[in-house]
Design a protein around this ligand. Structure first.
Ligand SMILES: Nc1ncnc2c1ncn2[C@@H]1O[C@H](COP(=O)(O)OP(=O)(O)O)[C@@H](O)[C@H]1O
Ligand SMILES: [Mg+2]
Length: 288
């Protein structure tokens, strides 16, 4: 691949300093590149370091060793931090940490104000972002009175308004019900189709399956990376890592074990149906 990466994570190790004398090592020699326009999914068991890694992608955390470069800008350089955050936006799992305004629309406008977006444009961007997450009716409400899922919608709206080149979503829709999540992901897919780079940390298979590339984390290291199809082939290894595979994959393995011509490594229901139609199942006599 000849493209320049948007983000380079080079040999990064990171420890949390919990007291003056105690540190908790989390990331260990993590290297990874995120290319412009990519859709990257990050999966891993709880505590494997996904959130810690995500926070490195726009300098919320900086490496204890190694470097993170965003468009060549080192996240350790404090003078570049603003530009880095404009390039890589992040939505956390716990939206309370991101809410700053006293009413919803101020919250969504906050980042735009900070970067000096003119008033008229700001208004248009806030309107558009609130509409995208279906929260226009809540624009005058105090965010602290909203449910967890509604706060997550607002946190996503903040980033839609900012329109970063790359959006990092760290379990950003975990409190939204499955229908709502589907709508929000349709919005994110549209942003991706328009060229936005997406990095999503998720437990939801529907998101992992559509990624260009999947990163599997375990104990602060990258355990595997590859296309969803190549990753989900390793179902035994994934099981050891306490990770799931898509339902269609489980079904396909079950059928394959009973009837080997049926392909085992399928990742979607559509593929499963195609395989059912392709395979000539032996006819069995049905006794009357
Ligand atoms: N602020 C913190 N202070 C100390 N330890 C932390 C902090 N945040 C996370 N950790 C520890 O770092 C490890 C990785 O956490 P995290 O990056 O949140 O993993 P994940 O997002 O995959 O669940 C865990 O052992 C967790 O307890
Ligand atoms: Mg996490």
């Amino acid at each position: 691949m000849n493209r320049e990466p948007l983000i380079r994570v080079d040999n990064v190790s990171f420890s949390y300093q919990v007291t003056q004398s105690t540190t908790i090592p989390v990331l260990q020699n993590v290297s990874l590149q995120v290319f412009p326009g990519e859709y990257l999914a990050v999966v891993g068991h709880n505590g494997s370091g996904k959130s810690t890694l995500s926070k490195h992608l726009n300098g919320i955390l900086t490496p204890s060793a190694g470097d993170v470069l965003v468009r060549g800008m080192n996240t350790k350089d404090v003078s570049l931090r603003r530009e880095i955050r404009q390039c890589v936006g992040m939505v956390f799992q716990h939206p309370d940490n991101q809410i700053v305004g006293t009413i919803v629309e101020d919250d969504v406008a906050f980042g735009l104000e900070n970067i000096g977006v003119p008033h008229e444009e700001m208004k248009a961007r806030v309107d558009h972002a609130l509409e995208a997450v279906n929260m226009s009716a809540f624009r005058k409400r105090p965010p602290h009175h909203l449910s967890g899922g509604q706060k997550q919608r607002i946190a996503i709206a903040c980033m839609i308004a900012m329109a970063p080149e790359c959006l990092v979503l760290d379990e950003a829709t975990s409190m939204i019900d499955s229908y709502g999540r589907r709508d929000i992901h349709a919005v994110i897919d549209r942003l991706h189709a328009q060229g936005m780079t997406i990095v999503t940390v998720t437990h939801h298979m529907s998101e992992v399956v559509k990624a260009d590339r999947v990163i599997v984390m375990d104990k602060g290291r990258i355990e595997m990376q590859g296309s969803p199809r190549n990753i989900f082939k390793h179902h035994d290894r994934l099981k050891q890592l306490h990770l799931d595979i898509p339902e269609a994959g489980k079904l396909a393995i079950g059928v394959h074990e009973r009837y080997p011509p049926f392909a085992p490594h399928l990742i979607s229901i559509e593929e499963f149906i195609d395989e059912v139609n392709r395979v000539q199942f032996p006819r069995t006599e049905v006794s009357k």
